[in-house]
Design a protein around this ligand. Structure first.
Ligand SMILES: *[C@@H]1O[C@H](CO)[C@@H](O)[C@H](O)[C@H]1NC(C)=O
Ligand SMILES: *[C@@H]1O[C@H](CO)[C@@H](O)[C@H](O)[C@H]1NC(C)=O
Length: 146
């Protein structure tokens, strides 16, 4: 019984190690309701926490088949959202708009999803609300694992 478990573990570790890491991207932002995630932490919606795709999570350098020990769990996801009305504002507020880098939110990665394309990312509602949009989906955000 124990021998079988050990060889299965070695095989999974090898498999995970073959995938290439993705540490940044552009995709849609959604919000999620955190509870106990793949990292093993228990969080609530009023905390700033983040979720990435299963591929991003499991290809992170140092990942093994035990998600609780994935080094990604010690990192934040920084999400940047460009301001929606920047084009309309260009004529009157040119100086302000050209220096506007958008709103940035950083939150600890605690879990992964399997139900959405790989380049999407999620934030808890408290972190999502920093963008000043109703809870839902925001398209074309950029993200970085920091
Ligand atoms: C995204 O990550 C790649 C390495 O995977 C790096 O070469 C590239 O410069 C990064 N892009 C940005 C915008 O940070
Ligand atoms: C990670 O996110 C938390 C919550 O927003 C923040 O307090 C912390 O400063 C961030 N750490 C880094 C290294 O970005």
């Amino acid at each position: 019984m124990q021998l079988f478990a050990k060889s299965a573990l070695a095989f999974l570790t090898l498999f995970v190690g073959l995938t290439k890491a993705q540490i940044n991207g552009t995709g849609n932002l959604f919000y999620f309701v955190p509870s106990t995630g793949a990292c093993g932490f228990t969080n609530s919606p009023d905390q700033y926490v983040a979720i990435v795709s299963g591929d991003v999570f499991n290809s992170y350098p140092g990942a093994t088949d035990d998600p609780n020990y994935n080094p990604i769990c010690e990192h934040n996801l920084t999400v940047t959202c460009m301001h929606r009305h920047s084009f309309e504002l260009t004529i009157e507020l040119e100086l302000t708009v050209t220096s506007d880098k958008g709103t940035e939110v950083s939150a600890q990665i605690v879990d992964y999803y399997t139900s959405s394309p790989d380049n999407n990312v999620g934030l808890s509602s408290a972190a999502f609300k920093v963008f000043g949009r109703p809870l839902g989906e925001i398209s074309d955000v950029t993200w970085d694992i920091v």
